[in-house]
Design a protein around this ligand. Structure first.
Ligand code: BG6
Length: 466
């Protein structure tokens, strides 16, 4: 008897810039991701205005998936993946972002990726933008500009039409709520930009997403379009009502994005906040209808950790999965990169999102970033197996005990890749090890870790092997 639903999607997720490399190959041009240097644990990556020779930019080579995709997808198939989520780099299709016609070689690359997935009976799940706005759109002010909405729609429409019938699952923006915490990654907006700029950029992405949901349905009524939420779930620090309210305020800052994408309008608490701050959104005629008509079909989210929030939590935390909420959780252990490990928090988050929206959910990122050691060509990673196993046990409870509808579970980085927060390679998430170090040195050989064989069995038994 299976403990996960029939046709449950098992797999893994990646993003273009964290795996592909070949950053200027076949007409591709720079994206915002390509301007970020290598940092380390606890340090933010520097964002440079031009490529500086003496600095190291990890996405330029990454794991060179661009030249290894055949072998990599074959390894996913060997593990039994029934789904693979990847992103299409906008700069491969429209290198400047605002080009008149698409770059055919770029489309051809993703043709091969999609066709290979289909050959192996792997359902492709495509993210349209994952932290990589074309640098060519800087002259407009990136997402602060309404013009970028139209360029994005053109890119999305091109890709939706091109892959019609071959790709059914689409995500419009990776972790759209990162516009609040990591605006450069989310849309080329500086962390120090004023509040108006950030709110305008968020508005434009929400609008662009809604318009693309409608277009996707028009192109193919079988298309399912989801939002992608960074699952920053949080607990109140104490039962002191001030902490309860502090935590609620924090949650609303981020859930606001999901509220708009799932319900089709700006929630009243957000409108009040904008009013208090004297911010007038650049709403044009027809926008309110577009938001209403562009509600998502499902909610996908990433989950790594939980926060503790309360009266001391000032505004919103900064930085990818940043931890500075003013509190730590004494009940949880932490990963090597200081991220609290909280499997039950996954069940909590699943219930929270399902209760709030009553839409199918999909976990599209979860996993442990950890250093691995290669000993005699083998990688023993019981810590990774333990982490994923414990999260899957909680997922099973959410499905079978709580009745949450979950479409699938995809781990983050099934193959080692460049870390988004630090740019390091040694923060590894994969079932597949890639022989490349922080500075892009290595053979780029792929090795199966112990977790590779374990995940394969989990998939084979539809979760019974847990
Ligand atoms: C998610 C992002 O927030 O977290 C990924 O969608 C990212 O791009 C992942 O890689 C893990 O974060 P990190 O910093 O460990 O790479």
């Amino acid at each position: 008897m299976s403990i996960f639903p029939e046709n449950f999607l098992w797999g893994g997720s990646t993003s273009a810039e964290q795996i592909e490399g070949a950053y200027l190959t076949d007409n591709k041009l720079l994206s915002t991701a390509d301007m970020m240097t290598l940092a380390k644990k606890g340090k933010s990556r520097e964002i440079t205005t031009a490529i500086e020779e003496k600095k190291f930019y990890p996405t330029h080579k990454a794991i060179d998936f661009y030249h290894h995709y055949r072998d990599d997808i074959k390894l996913f198939a060997e593990m039994g993946f029934s789904s693979y989520r990847f992103s299409i780099a906008w700069t491969r299709i429209f290198p400047h972002g605002d080009d008149n016609s698409p770059n055919i070689v770029g489309l051809k690359f993703y043709d091969e990726v999609v066709n290979l997935c289909l050959k192996y009976k792997i359902t492709p799940i495509v993210t349209l933008q994952h932290f990589d706005t074309p640098m060519g759109l800087q002259k407009y002010g990136f997402w602060e500009s309404r013009k970028v909405v139209d360029f994005y729609i053109k890119f999305a429409t091109t890709v939706l039409k091109h892959f019609k019938g071959r790709v059914k699952y689409w995500l419009t923006f990776n972790e759209i709520n990162n516009m609040t915490t990591m605006p450069w990654n989310a849309g080329g907006i500086s962390l120090n930009a004023n509040q108006d700029t950030k709110e305008f950029a968020a508005y434009h992405q929400l609008l662009a997403s809604a318009k693309v949901v409608k277009i996707a349905h028009q192109i193919d009524s079988g298309n399912k379009v989801g939002m992608m939420y960074n699952g920053h779930f949080s607990y109140p620090a104490t039962s002191n009502p001030k902490d309860i309210i502090g935590n609620q305020e924090f949650q609303k800052k981020l859930l606001f994005y999901a509220d708009v994408q799932a319900r089709g309008y700006y929630p009243s608490y957000k409108l009040k906040e904008l009013e208090r701050n004297n911010i007038k959104l650049p709403i044009k005629s027809g926008d309110i209808t577009s938001l209403k008509e562009g509600k998502v079909d499902f909610i996908s989210f990433s989950y790594y950790l939980t926060h503790v929030c309360g009266a001391k939590t000032k505004g919103v935390i900064k930085g990818l999965n940043g931890l500075d909420t003013g509190y730590t959780n004494p009940y949880l252990s932490k990963s090597e990169w200081g991220w609290p490990i909280d499997p039950e928090g996954l069940r909590y988050g699943l219930n929270l999102l399902y209760d709030r929206y009553q839409l199918p959910l999909m976990i599209v990122e979860n996993g442990l970033g950890s250093e691995d050691k290669v000993v005699d060509g083998q990688i023993h990673d019981p810590y990774r197996i333990k982490y994923i196993r414990e999260h899957l046990l909680q997922l099973e409870k959410a499905i079978n005990y709580d009745g949450v509808e979950v479409l699938g579970y995809l781990t983050w980085g099934p193959i080692d890749l460049v870390s988004a927060s630090t740019g390091e390679m040694k923060k590894r998430y994969g079932f597949i090890y890639v022989d490349v170090d922080n500075l892009g040195q290595g053979t780029f050989a792929r090795l199966r870790k112990d977790s590779f064989y374990w995940y394969k069995k989990v998939i084979q038994t539809n979760g019974n092997y847990l």
